[in-house]
Design a protein around this ligand. Sequence first.
Ligand SMILES: Nc1ncnc2c1ncn2[C@@H]1O[C@H](COP(=O)(O)OP(=O)(O)OP(=O)(O)O)[C@@H](O)[C@H]1O
Length: 330
Amino acid sequence: MEKEAEPCIEFRQAAVQRGGRTIWSEGTFAIQRGTVTAIVGTNGAGKTTMIDVELGLLPLCHGSVTVLGRPAGQANGRIGYVPQNYMDDVDSNVTVDQSILLGITGTRFGFHRVTREQRGAVADIIDFVGLHGKERMRLNELSGGLRQRAAIAQALVSHPDLLLLDEPLANLDLASQSAIVELFARLNREWGMTIQIVSHDLNMLLPILTGAVYLLDGHPHYSGMSTVLDSQLLTHLYGTKVEVVTTPQGDMFVTPNPDMEPAGHGDGTLDASEAACFFKQHYAHSHPAGQQSQGATPSRATPQSAAATQPDTATQGSTQGSTQGFTQED
Ligand SMILES: Nc1ncnc2c1ncn2[C@@H]1O[C@H](COP(=O)(O)OP(=O)(O)OP(=O)(O)O)[C@@H](O)[C@H]1O
């Protein structure tokens, strides 16, 4: 019997192989309920593999993984999952409400009765994700951001306890990324949803993250954000120079490219005017004057990711070329 105090996800000495090769090993960590966690690492480090393991789609070669108090794969009915290429698996001619209904009925073909309750659940989730008025539109008529909301709605309609998403911000423009991050923040705040997000790039997610699983040197580790936001750790993780710069107000900038940093601040600390000047100098072109943050926590002054305005670069294998301003909470 599952206990509320149990972690949501627990790895014990977990190791996995693919094609006869060990992808990662010695994974021992616990992720608590009600948290928002990123899975980060370079291309091929095994982020998607970790989701596959948590869903019980891939057996371990060593150790154990428990999800929602059960061996991985046995509680999938309580997990909402948004795969990386959602549209690859879905008929893009289906309407928004039909696609969301699949989250309840499964992908069974043929006629099946839809209850009033099920229709109500679909309508509620359409409202929650902000797709009201678009119910009858086909998925291929929607923008990428709205399609991603439909994918998330499908995963949420059966009210899971855990939401797993694989690169949900990839290929979205800045406004769409912000809207999706805001949706995650509301889900976590209002529903107490535990959320785990595979992401190449921490940037846009930083305001809502509790911690991160990082795949370093072939081993998964979990830490809270105050530990993850360490220049040395991020430099090692991404294999490129990364600096975490902090203003006295607590705004932080992760600056992967040392050439873009102001001179003479080896300690990674700027005063407020220097930080403003630095930000304006390097990123003002993507943050027009007066543009306010649309981040997940609007009460915080949160300049957005510069790279996020360039979807093609934002989704590449490392944080190189991307910069984030955010406010650290923990
Ligand atoms: N079905 C498979 N058979 C064999 N090897 C695989 C299979 N799927 C993935 N791999 C390999 O496992 C490793 C981890 O892949 P995975 O997709 O989990 O990485 P990732 O961190 O999500 O990468 P990316 O950031 O590129 O999406 C890669 O080297 C990949 O080539």
